[in-house]
Write a protein that binds this ligand. Sequence first.
Ligand code: FES
Length: 254
Amino acid sequence: KFILDLTVTENIRLHTNYVLLKLTSQSLLPEMLPGQFAELRVDGSPTTFLRRPISINFVDKQRNEIWFLIQLVGDGTKRLAEVNKDDVINVILPLGNAYTMPQNPSDKLLLVGGGVGTAPMLYLGEQLAQNGHKPTFLLGARSDKDLLQLEEFAKYGDVYTTTEDGSHGEKGYVTQHSILNKVHFEQIYSCGPKPMMVAVAKYAKSNQIECEVSLENTMACGIGACLCCVENTTEGHLCVCKEGPVFNINKLLW
Ligand code: FES
Protein backbone atom coordinates (compact mmCIF):
# COMPACT_ATOMS: atom_id res chain seq x y z
CA LYS A 1 0.00 0.00 0.00
CA PHE A 2 0.96 3.61 -0.52
CA ILE A 3 0.92 6.72 1.63
CA LEU A 4 0.26 9.62 -0.69
CA ASP A 5 -0.38 13.33 -0.48
CA LEU A 6 -3.28 13.84 -2.86
CA THR A 7 -4.47 17.21 -4.12
CA VAL A 8 -8.14 18.14 -4.18
CA THR A 9 -9.31 18.91 -7.72
CA GLU A 10 -13.01 19.19 -6.90
CA ASN A 11 -15.25 19.18 -3.84
CA ILE A 12 -18.84 18.80 -5.00
CA ARG A 13 -21.75 19.02 -2.58
CA LEU A 14 -24.35 16.37 -3.45
CA HIS A 15 -27.44 17.28 -1.43
CA THR A 16 -26.97 18.49 2.13
CA ASN A 17 -25.29 15.48 3.66
CA TYR A 18 -22.89 14.22 1.02
CA VAL A 19 -19.83 15.49 -0.77
CA LEU A 20 -17.92 14.01 -3.66
CA LEU A 21 -14.19 14.62 -3.36
CA LYS A 22 -12.01 14.23 -6.43
CA LEU A 23 -8.30 13.96 -5.72
CA THR A 24 -5.26 13.68 -7.91
CA SER A 25 -1.63 12.77 -7.45
CA GLN A 26 1.53 14.20 -8.96
CA SER A 27 2.63 10.66 -9.71
CA LEU A 28 0.54 7.98 -11.38
CA LEU A 29 -2.06 6.60 -8.94
CA PRO A 30 -1.47 2.93 -8.05
CA GLU A 31 -3.72 0.14 -9.33
CA MET A 32 -6.91 -0.06 -7.26
CA LEU A 33 -9.66 -2.66 -7.37
CA PRO A 34 -13.40 -2.22 -6.82
CA GLY A 35 -14.29 -2.90 -3.19
CA GLN A 36 -11.01 -1.61 -1.82
CA PHE A 37 -10.90 1.44 0.41
CA ALA A 38 -8.56 4.17 1.60
CA GLU A 39 -7.81 5.84 4.92
CA LEU A 40 -8.02 9.62 4.61
CA ARG A 41 -6.27 11.71 7.21
CA VAL A 42 -8.32 14.41 8.83
CA ASP A 43 -6.24 17.20 10.26
CA GLY A 44 -6.34 20.92 10.78
CA SER A 45 -7.99 20.88 14.17
CA PRO A 46 -6.29 20.66 17.56
CA THR A 47 -8.48 17.74 18.59
CA THR A 48 -8.82 15.82 15.36
CA PHE A 49 -5.88 13.98 13.97
CA LEU A 50 -7.10 10.73 12.68
CA ARG A 51 -8.03 8.82 9.61
CA ARG A 52 -11.39 7.88 8.18
CA PRO A 53 -11.90 4.72 6.12
CA ILE A 54 -13.66 5.68 2.89
CA SER A 55 -14.43 3.28 0.06
CA ILE A 56 -13.15 3.97 -3.42
CA ASN A 57 -16.03 5.46 -5.38
CA PHE A 58 -14.34 5.71 -8.75
CA VAL A 59 -10.95 5.86 -10.42
CA ASP A 60 -10.66 8.09 -13.46
CA LYS A 61 -7.50 6.75 -15.08
CA GLN A 62 -7.42 9.35 -17.83
CA ARG A 63 -7.41 12.23 -15.37
CA ASN A 64 -5.38 10.31 -12.76
CA GLU A 65 -8.16 11.02 -10.26
CA ILE A 66 -9.71 9.07 -7.42
CA TRP A 67 -13.19 9.86 -6.14
CA PHE A 68 -14.53 9.49 -2.61
CA LEU A 69 -18.16 9.88 -1.65
CA ILE A 70 -18.41 11.16 1.90
CA GLN A 71 -21.45 11.21 4.11
CA LEU A 72 -21.29 13.91 6.74
CA VAL A 73 -21.87 11.99 9.94
CA GLY A 74 -19.40 13.31 12.49
CA ASP A 75 -16.56 15.76 13.14
CA GLY A 76 -14.05 13.89 10.99
CA THR A 77 -16.18 13.63 7.89
CA LYS A 78 -17.44 17.21 8.31
CA ARG A 79 -13.86 18.42 8.40
CA LEU A 80 -13.02 16.37 5.33
CA ALA A 81 -15.96 17.93 3.54
CA GLU A 82 -14.58 21.42 4.17
CA VAL A 83 -11.49 20.99 2.00
CA ASN A 84 -11.03 23.27 -0.96
CA LYS A 85 -9.52 22.87 -4.40
CA ASP A 86 -5.72 22.52 -4.19
CA ASP A 87 -5.78 21.44 -0.53
CA VAL A 88 -3.76 18.31 0.20
CA ILE A 89 -5.10 15.19 1.94
CA ASN A 90 -2.82 12.43 3.13
CA VAL A 91 -4.24 9.08 2.03
CA ILE A 92 -3.25 5.44 2.57
CA LEU A 93 -4.40 3.17 -0.25
CA PRO A 94 -5.40 0.73 -1.55
CA LEU A 95 -6.58 -1.19 1.53
CA GLY A 96 -8.57 -4.41 1.86
CA ASN A 97 -9.64 -6.99 -0.67
CA ALA A 98 -11.86 -6.59 -3.73
CA TYR A 99 -15.03 -7.97 -5.28
CA THR A 100 -14.45 -11.08 -7.41
CA MET A 101 -14.79 -10.50 -11.14
CA PRO A 102 -16.94 -13.11 -12.89
CA GLN A 103 -15.16 -15.56 -15.21
CA ASN A 104 -17.46 -15.26 -18.21
CA PRO A 105 -19.16 -12.21 -19.67
CA SER A 106 -22.62 -12.04 -18.16
CA ASP A 107 -25.54 -9.66 -18.16
CA LYS A 108 -27.01 -11.26 -15.05
CA LEU A 109 -25.00 -9.32 -12.51
CA LEU A 110 -26.88 -7.32 -9.91
CA LEU A 111 -25.15 -4.58 -7.93
CA VAL A 112 -27.16 -3.60 -4.88
CA GLY A 113 -26.24 -0.48 -2.95
CA GLY A 114 -27.90 1.26 -0.04
CA GLY A 115 -27.34 4.86 1.06
CA VAL A 116 -23.68 5.85 0.98
CA GLY A 117 -22.96 2.13 0.40
CA THR A 118 -23.72 2.74 -3.25
CA ALA A 119 -20.26 4.37 -3.50
CA PRO A 120 -18.14 1.29 -4.38
CA MET A 121 -20.82 0.05 -6.79
CA LEU A 122 -19.91 2.78 -9.27
CA TYR A 123 -16.28 1.71 -9.69
CA LEU A 124 -17.33 -1.96 -9.65
CA GLY A 125 -19.95 -1.30 -12.34
CA GLU A 126 -17.48 0.57 -14.51
CA GLN A 127 -14.87 -2.19 -14.18
CA LEU A 128 -17.45 -4.86 -14.99
CA ALA A 129 -18.58 -2.90 -18.05
CA GLN A 130 -14.94 -2.50 -19.13
CA ASN A 131 -14.60 -6.28 -18.98
CA GLY A 132 -17.57 -6.94 -21.23
CA HIS A 133 -20.28 -7.44 -18.59
CA LYS A 134 -23.56 -5.62 -18.43
CA PRO A 135 -24.27 -4.82 -14.78
CA THR A 136 -27.69 -3.93 -13.43
CA PHE A 137 -27.81 -1.50 -10.51
CA LEU A 138 -30.41 -1.60 -7.77
CA LEU A 139 -29.98 1.37 -5.45
CA GLY A 140 -31.96 2.00 -2.32
CA ALA A 141 -32.24 4.96 0.03
CA ARG A 142 -34.54 6.66 2.50
CA SER A 143 -35.60 9.32 0.04
CA ASP A 144 -34.55 10.79 -3.29
CA LYS A 145 -32.15 13.09 -1.40
CA ASP A 146 -30.04 10.07 -0.47
CA LEU A 147 -29.85 8.62 -3.97
CA LEU A 148 -26.55 9.76 -5.40
CA GLN A 149 -24.76 9.79 -8.75
CA LEU A 150 -27.65 8.20 -10.67
CA GLU A 151 -26.45 9.69 -13.96
CA GLU A 152 -22.98 8.21 -13.37
CA PHE A 153 -24.43 4.74 -12.75
CA ALA A 154 -26.55 5.01 -15.90
CA LYS A 155 -23.35 5.17 -17.99
CA TYR A 156 -22.57 1.54 -17.16
CA GLY A 157 -25.90 -0.29 -16.91
CA ASP A 158 -29.61 -0.18 -16.16
CA VAL A 159 -30.48 1.56 -12.90
CA TYR A 160 -33.43 0.68 -10.66
CA THR A 161 -34.20 2.45 -7.41
CA THR A 162 -36.24 2.11 -4.26
CA THR A 163 -36.93 4.70 -1.59
CA GLU A 164 -38.58 4.19 1.77
CA ASP A 165 -40.82 7.22 1.25
CA GLY A 166 -41.57 6.50 -2.40
CA SER A 167 -40.00 9.78 -3.59
CA HIS A 168 -37.94 7.96 -6.26
CA GLY A 169 -38.39 4.58 -7.95
CA GLU A 170 -40.41 1.88 -6.21
CA LYS A 171 -41.50 2.44 -2.62
CA GLY A 172 -39.98 0.03 -0.12
CA TYR A 173 -36.68 -1.82 0.27
CA VAL A 174 -34.31 -3.07 -2.41
CA THR A 175 -35.24 -6.69 -1.74
CA GLN A 176 -38.85 -5.86 -2.60
CA HIS A 177 -38.08 -4.41 -6.04
CA SER A 178 -40.04 -5.97 -8.92
CA ILE A 179 -36.91 -6.49 -11.04
CA LEU A 180 -36.04 -9.40 -8.74
CA ASN A 181 -39.16 -11.22 -9.93
CA LYS A 182 -38.41 -10.56 -13.58
CA VAL A 183 -34.74 -11.45 -13.94
CA HIS A 184 -32.86 -14.41 -12.52
CA PHE A 185 -29.52 -12.91 -11.59
CA GLU A 186 -26.45 -15.15 -11.36
CA GLN A 187 -24.34 -13.00 -9.10
CA ILE A 188 -25.08 -10.26 -6.61
CA TYR A 189 -22.64 -7.71 -5.24
CA SER A 190 -23.76 -5.54 -2.38
CA CYS A 191 -22.75 -2.76 -0.04
CA GLY A 192 -24.87 -0.77 2.36
CA PRO A 193 -26.35 -0.78 5.85
CA LYS A 194 -26.16 -4.16 7.59
CA PRO A 195 -29.93 -4.85 7.73
CA MET A 196 -30.08 -4.31 3.98
CA MET A 197 -27.15 -6.62 3.29
CA VAL A 198 -28.58 -9.29 5.59
CA ALA A 199 -31.84 -9.12 3.58
CA VAL A 200 -29.91 -9.25 0.30
CA ALA A 201 -27.89 -12.23 1.55
CA LYS A 202 -31.08 -14.02 2.58
CA TYR A 203 -32.60 -13.40 -0.84
CA ALA A 204 -29.43 -14.66 -2.56
CA LYS A 205 -29.26 -17.78 -0.41
CA SER A 206 -32.88 -18.74 -0.91
CA ASN A 207 -32.49 -18.29 -4.68
CA GLN A 208 -29.05 -19.96 -4.86
CA ILE A 209 -27.37 -16.86 -6.20
CA GLU A 210 -23.68 -16.20 -5.61
CA CYS A 211 -23.34 -13.13 -3.44
CA GLU A 212 -20.57 -10.94 -2.08
CA VAL A 213 -21.09 -8.15 0.40
CA SER A 214 -18.82 -5.40 1.63
CA LEU A 215 -19.01 -4.98 5.40
CA GLU A 216 -18.99 -1.57 6.98
CA ASN A 217 -17.87 -2.55 10.49
CA THR A 218 -16.43 0.29 12.49
CA MET A 219 -12.77 0.68 11.67
CA ALA A 220 -9.95 2.59 13.27
CA CYS A 221 -6.46 1.55 12.21
CA GLY A 222 -7.44 0.00 8.87
CA ILE A 223 -4.45 -2.33 8.87
CA GLY A 224 -5.40 -5.22 11.13
CA ALA A 225 -3.77 -3.88 14.29
CA CYS A 226 -6.54 -2.64 16.60
CA LEU A 227 -9.09 -5.49 16.18
CA CYS A 228 -12.04 -3.15 16.43
CA CYS A 229 -13.48 -4.34 13.12
CA VAL A 230 -13.62 -8.12 13.68
CA GLU A 231 -16.46 -10.16 12.23
CA ASN A 232 -17.28 -13.67 13.37
CA THR A 233 -17.09 -15.93 10.31
CA THR A 234 -16.98 -19.62 9.42
CA GLU A 235 -13.19 -19.21 9.63
CA GLY A 236 -13.26 -17.57 13.05
CA HIS A 237 -12.81 -13.91 13.86
CA LEU A 238 -11.52 -11.97 10.87
CA CYS A 239 -10.52 -8.33 10.58
CA VAL A 240 -12.87 -6.70 8.10
CA CYS A 241 -10.21 -4.12 7.21
CA LYS A 242 -7.65 -6.74 6.26
CA GLU A 243 -9.43 -9.99 5.30
CA GLY A 244 -12.35 -7.96 3.95
CA PRO A 245 -14.20 -5.71 3.53
CA VAL A 246 -15.63 -8.01 0.83
CA PHE A 247 -16.91 -11.41 1.93
CA ASN A 248 -18.77 -14.20 0.19
CA ILE A 249 -22.00 -14.58 2.17
CA ASN A 250 -21.24 -18.31 2.67
CA LYS A 251 -18.41 -17.22 4.95
CA LEU A 252 -20.64 -15.11 7.19
CA LEU A 253 -22.69 -16.34 10.12
CA TRP A 254 -25.78 -14.32 9.20
FE1 FES B 1 -8.04 -1.95 13.19
FE2 FES B 1 -9.42 -3.48 11.48
S1 FES B 1 -9.61 -1.40 11.85
S2 FES B 1 -7.96 -4.09 12.94
